[in-house]
Write a protein that binds this ligand. Structure first.
Ligand SMILES: Nc1ncnc2c1ncn2[C@@H]1O[C@H](COP(=O)(O)OP(=O)(O)OP(=O)(O)O)[C@@H](O)[C@H]1O
Ligand SMILES: [Mg+2]
Length: 243
């Protein structure tokens, strides 16, 4: 199995606060890896460091063998890494299709014309159930629609590694099931590697081959969903007892 992403000794300080501390793990190409942890554990910070939205204080991030540290978000994106934002960040005044066009033209896919970008984006809209909303301003979508637009934009960049930050938060149980199906289908048909932050533990366990668990910025354990479910450290973090 080829390693697509290598995180080594990754640290991030915000002033006196240590948001991430010596985090190391690998993501195999084509796998789905979950990231679990309580509020403030450092999950979103991890994505921001990988995507180039913030700079690590220490450590290394390698994607397909090359270092991402110091690259800008647009450079990281062009290499094939895209993320969604926990607090959705569409261009609200642009239509759903225009949001995807931007991604398709400026991401790894690098479509040269709007027509070619739109043609590629059409399939992504279908995949995410957004085709009927293509001409609506992004601001008119429901929360579930905006979450799907975040994913659609990440996919439309032509990324190989897609990082999803709580795309199931706030969805109804039925919507969560639909989202799981959608993610499995996208993973298969587009040969994606997925890194998935989720608080809905059951959903994460159903989706992922491996899960890493962060606690106060440290990676406390990693393994298969079964291993994670039976890990005493995880149980103490999630079910009360102090570590
Ligand atoms: N830009 C920032 N400036 C200062 N502190 C920050 C910044 N971003 C995150 N933090 C702090 O770093 C810690 C980790 O935050 P992060 O957003 O990564 O957690 P998280 O695991 O994603 O939490 P949640 O489940 O609530 O989304 C928190 O204590 C947070 O307050
Ligand atoms: Mg977060």
């Amino acid at each position: 199995m080829t390693t697509l992403l290598e995180v080594r000794g990754l640290g991030k300080r915000f002033g006196g606060l240590v948001a991430l501390d010596g985090v190391s793990f690998d993501v195999a190409e084509g796998s789905i890896v979950g990231v679990m942890g309580a509020n403030g554990a450092g999950k979103t910070t991890l994505f921001s460091l990988i995507a180039g939205n913030a700079r690590p204080s220490s450590g290394e991030i390698r994607y397909a063998g090359r270092s991402l540290v110091g690259l800008r978000p647009d450079e990281v994106c062009r290499l094939g890494v895209a993320r969604t934002f926990q607090i959705v960040k569409p261009f609200p005044a642009l239509t759903v299709m225009e949001n995807l066009r931007t991604a398709a033209m400026f991401g790894r896919a690098q479509h040269r014309t709007a027509a070619s970008a739109d043609a590629a984006s059409q399939a992504v809209l279908q995949d995410l159930g957004l085709a009927e909303m293509a001409q609506q301003p992004a601001s008119t979508l429901t929360l579930s629609g905006q979450k799907r637009l975040e994913i659609a934009r990440a996919i439309a960049t032509g990324a190989k590694l897609v990082m999803l930050d709580e795309v199931m938060a706030g969805l109804t149980p039925t919507e969560v099931q639909q989202m799981l199906q959608t993610l499995r289908r996208l993973h298969q048909t587009r040969q994606l590697t997925l890194l998935v932050i989720e608080h809905v533990m059951k959903a994460l366990m159903a989706l992922c081959e491996r899960i890493v668990v962060l606690h106060h910025g440290q990676l406390i354990t990693q393994g298969t969903p079964d291993e994670i479910g039976n890990d005493p450290k995880v149980q103490s973090v999630y079910f009360g007892a102090s570590l």
